[in-house]
Structures are given as structure tokens and as C-alpha cells.
Design a protein around this ligand. Structure first.
Ligand SMILES: Cc1cc2nc3c(=O)[nH]c(=O)nc-3n(C[C@H](O)[C@H](O)[C@H](O)COP(=O)(O)OP(=O)(O)OC[C@H]3O[C@@H](n4cnc5c(N)ncnc54)[C@H](O)[C@@H]3O)c2cc1C
Length: 475
């Protein structure tokens, strides 16, 4: 077995791992990037990018299908499933190809193919061919789709995000397991491309919102468009001809059976901690095998081991993976001199139609006695009516004591843009009055956001909770 000595070994060549590696290089250190599977990153290969490509096609199909609302008659429309999937893959390959090129341009001694496992706090074994001795290690091994029972019985036949974009054509029928963000994004896109989609969820939770008003709007909106089997218990899955037969019991106790051409399992993602042999590091692991981890430094315990990206389980999103990679790489090469970082204001977006988003503190994190809430419905919002996208609700949260904007949740047209504006205002620590002093053009969706903020300003002044806080502060 070969032995190599480096400054920082980075396990995983995804977004966080690549960023960590770059920081080590920038600081003049000797990095080693270790990858067990494929170069190209989860985001570009099987995540953010191909999913948005599929959604882009679905949005086009939907715009055409709903054109009659605007007096435009479109006839002879056909979705060419093969062409849709071919475009998804063509652009996906372009994005992933650019990443692969970057990695393959690295000097050979700075990258290694194989699965890494710890043999000590800073020593690794990669497959059976290489021993790595490092001064520090960055774990950036990402997360994988969970395939729970009973779907594990047909493991090789179900689709996950790893395989769904390889479909040569659109299936006629599709069961989507899970109504979280990934299941909803992909399932709604397939539905809008003409696939007959049935969603299965063990609870009645759709998406990730915690605000009851947003959740109600989410439920009403998606239940009206999609075939949702909520609180359903799928008891069996078996191969049936060219498809998969599912047996399930619905919330009312009724038993059902159906054969689906394809089944897409989007039932959650689990950090890739298995197979790392973290026990060899001496770190104290919790019942799920996770080491102690500091989000401000990305350090695990007190050791020269850092964890970045989806593996950390902190916020499994691309921009957070990038940030954690940079923090981890810089702290790994500078160990034991660690820099602590203030993390960005949380921001999460689901590219459903309408989109869902949350920023800052979510409803579930609020102190109800110290918070005022403003809201707007998009049902009668001017620009939304113009565009025929007048559906959704935005709720904004303010701190009674400081008058600052602290968070928002929404189901809204173009929520991706509204959420960014609000996130930037929160991170800039603006008061509601300062946000309201910003210019807003007419007629735009941001006017809806201003309506919610005005409502929040009124609530901050008048709600009992906030009045009590103002009195207490005055005392
Ligand atoms: C369908 C889907 C859609 C998404 N859409 C969005 C979106 O719109 N916006 C957004 O912000 N985020 C989105 N995400 C999340 C985003 O893709 C992830 O947060 C991000 O890619 C995580 O990057 P990472 O560096 O942590 O992991 P990865 O990019 O997964 O990299 C981890 C790497 O580690 C390797 N590895 C694992 N174990 C070992 C080992 N023992 N030895 C060596 N190598 C190993 C893996 O093979 C992998 O290449 C989406 C995810 C999915 C699945």
C-alpha cells in the first residue's frame, strides 16, 4: 500500500470539498482531494441543476397549456418526452462537465480516487491502495437518498435523484414517495409535462413551511393540482411486469393497490457518515453516529477534523455547502488557529409553482410573546393578477423590542426574488421602517411584499404583545 503525506486531506469532491481544497491551496498548503464515486458534484450531476432543467421544461408546458386564459389558443401541443429528457441531460452534462474539467486539471498528486475511511484522527485508508497521513482532514462526503421500507424490497427498480434524470422518456405513470421539497419539485414538474403522478406521504406535511397560514395555503394549492395521498401507509412494493405494484392504506383506513410505470423515492437524504469509520478518530459520536460539530468553525470536537456541506446536517443547501467548504478549508490549513464565522441569514427556496421560500427565523423558531406578524395574500395583488399567478401568502415576522425584520415564510409567485430581498434586509439588520423606506416600482410583486411589511409595522405598533414590550422597554 502506498503512503502519501499532505497538509489537508479533503474527503469528497463535491461543492464543499472543492471549496475546502481551494482554500488550502490559496494558503500555500498541500491538499489532497479524495473522491469515491464520480466527479461533477451532486448539485450539477443529480441535484439543483438537472431538477431546475426539468422544472424549466414543465413551466414552458404549463404556460402553453394555460395560454387560453390570456385569449391565446394553442393547438397541436405535444410534449416530446425524449426531447425533454435529452435537453435536461445535455445542459446537465455541460454544467457537470465544467466541474469535472476543473478537477481533472489538478495535478495528479493532489487527487485520489477511492473510498476514504479513518484509521486514526488524521490518517486515512483509501480503498486498499493508499494510506494518507494529513495534518488535518475535511469531511465533505455529502448525503444520499434514503430508500425506506417497503421500497427497499425493490431497491434496484425505484428511481432516486441519482437515476431519475437518466430516464430516456417520460413515463406514463409515476408514484412519487415523499412530499418534501425534492418530491414536490420533481413530481409537479413531471405532472405538468403530462405524466400521471401520484404522491404518497406518511404525514400530511407538504413542503417545509412551519407557519400554519403558509402551510394551509400550500396544502390547498397543491391538493387542487396534484393527486396527493397524505397520511398513507404504503405496506408493500413489488415488481409487476414493467412497473411496480404498490399496496397502501389511506387515512380513512381503506386499502388500495396500483401499478406504476416508475416509482421515484424522495423520502429524505441521510448524511454519508457510514463507512467513514469515524470511531477511529476518537471523536464522541451521538446515537446517529454524528460527531460534535461547530457551525462557526466547522470543527469536530477539538480535533483537526472539519466537516462541511450536507454531511454536517446543518442546512443542506448549495450555498451553505460552499460556505462551509471555505470555512473548513481555511481552518484546516491554519489549525490550531481557527477563525469563527458568522453564518449567513438562512434562505431556502423551493422551485415549485407557486414557489415556496423561507428566510431568517421560521415561524417555528419565533417567540410568540415577542413577535409581530404581517401578511399579504397574493389573491388580489395587482401584478400577480396581471400574470395570472395570483395565489399565495407571505408572512413577515418582526421583533417587538427592536422593530427589526427577523424572518419570513411564503408561498408566492416569484418567491425566489422576494425571499432574497427579505433575506438581505434581515442580514443588514434593517428595521421595518428602514425596509419600508426602500424604493418599490409599480406594478411589481414587490408591492405585495411592501403590503405585508406595512401590515407588520402596524402590528408592531398595535398588537398587545408588542405594546407590552414597548412599555417594558420604557420602564
Ligand atoms: C434533487 C436535488 C435538488 C436540489 N436542489 C437544490 C437547489 O435548488 N438549491 C440548493 O441550494 N440546493 C439544492 N440541493 C442540495 C445541494 O445539491 C446540496 O446541498 C449540495 O450539492 C451538497 O454538496 P456537498 O459538497 O455537501 O456534497 P456532494 O456534492 O454530494 O459531494 C460529496 C462527495 O463525497 C463523495 N464521498 C462520499 N463518501 C466518500 C468517501 N468515504 N470517500 C471519498 N468520497 C466520498 C461522494 O461521492 C460525493 O461526490 C438539491 C439536492 C438534490 C438531491
Amino acid at each position: 500500500m502506498k503512503t502519501v503525506e499532505v497538509d489537508v486531506a479533503v474527503i469528497g469532491a463535491g461543492t464543499s470539498g472543492m471549496n475546502a481544497r481551494r482554500e488550502v491551496e490559496k494558503a500555500g498548503g498541500k491538499p489532497l482531494l479524495i473522491e469515491a464515486d464520480q466527479y461533477g458534484t451532486t448539485c450539477a450531476r443529480v441535484g439543483c441543476m438537472p431538477s431546475k432543467l426539468l422544472i424549466a421544461a414543465a413551466n414552458r408546458a404549463h404556460a402553453v397549456a394555460s395560454a387560453d386564459e390570456f385569449g391565446i389558443e394553442v393547438s397541436g401541443v405535444q410534449v416530446d418526452g425524449k426531447a425533454v429528457m435529452e435537453r435536461v441531460r445535455r445542459y446537465r452534462d455541460r454544467f457537470a462537465g465544467a466541474v469535472v474539467k476543473t478537477i481533472e486539471a489538478l495535478p495528479e498528486q493532489e487527487r485520489l480516487c477511492g473510498r476514504a475511511r479513518f484509521t486514526g484522527p488524521t490518517t486515512l485508508e483509501v480503498d486498499a491502495h493508499t494510506q494518507v497521513k494529513a495534518r488535518a482532514v475535511v469531511i465533505a462526503t455529502g448525503a444520499s437518498a434514503v430508500i425506506p421500507p417497503p421500497y427497499d424490497a425493490v431497491h434496484d427498480h425505484v428511481l432516486t435523484n441519482e437515476t431519475v434524470f437518466e430516464l430516456e422518456d417520460l413515463p406514463a405513470t409515476l408514484a412519487v414517495v415523499g412530499t418534501g421539497i425534492i418530491g414536490l419539485e420533481l413530481g409537479q414538474a413531471f405532472q405538468r409535462l403530462g405524466v400521471n403522478v401520484t404522491f404518497f406521504a406518511r404525514s400530511d406535511h407538504i413542503g417545509a413551511a412551519s407557519d400554519p397560514k403558509v402551510r394551509a395555503a400550500v396544502h390547498d394549492t397543491f391538493a387542487a393540482e396534484l393527486d396527493l395521498r397524505l397520511n398513507a401507509d404504503v405496506t408493500a412494493a413489488e415488481v409487476a411486469g414493467n412497473g411496480i405494484r404498490l399496496n397502501w392504506t389511506e387515512a380513512d383506513g381503506s386499502a388500495h393497490e396500483g401499478v406504476f410505470e416508475k416509482v421515484l423515492v424522495a423520502a429524505g437524504r441521510r448524511p454519508n457518515l457510514d463507512n467513514l469509520n469515524l470511531a477511529a478518530t476518537g471523536l464522541e459520536l451521538d446515537e446517529r453516529g454524528r460527531p460534535p460539530w461547530n457551525p462557526a468553525t466547522t470543527q469536530c470536537g477539538e480535533l483537526p477534523i472539519f466537516m462541511a456541506g450536507d454531511i454536517s446536517g446543518y442546512i443542506p443547501l448549495l450555498h451553505e455547502a460552499s460556505d462551509e467548504g471555505r470555512i473548513a478549508g481555511a481552518n484546516a490549513i491554519n489549525y490550531p488557529n481557527l477563525e469563527t464565522h458568522t453564518r449567513r441569514t438562512p434562505l431556502a427556496i423551493a422551485f415549485t409553482a407557486p414557489q415556496m421560500a423561507a428566510t431568517g427565523q421560521g415561524f417555528a423558531d419565533l417567540d410568540p410573546d415577542a413577535t409581530a406578524i404581517g401578511e399579504v395574500s397574493f389573491a388580489r395583488q395587482g401584478r400577480a393578477l396581471v400574470e395570472g399567478t395570483n395565489n399565495g401568502v407571505l408572512r413577515v415576522y418582526g421583533d417587538c423590542t427592536t422593530g427589526r425584520l427577523i424572518g419570513a415564510e411564503m408561498l408566492a409567485p416569484q418567491a425566489e426574488h422576494l425571499a432574497h430581498l427579505l433575506a438581505w434586509a434581515i442580514q443588514a439588520d434593517l428595521s421595518i421602517d428602514e425596509v419600508l423606506a426602500m424604493p418599490v416600482y409599480h406594478p411589481v410583486l414587490e408591492e405585495g411584499m411592501r403590503t405585508a411589511l406595512r401590515d407588520l409595522a402596524r402590528q408592531l405598533e398595535h398588537t398587545d404583545n408588542c405594546r407590552q414590550h414597548a412599555t417594558a422597554a420604557g420602564d
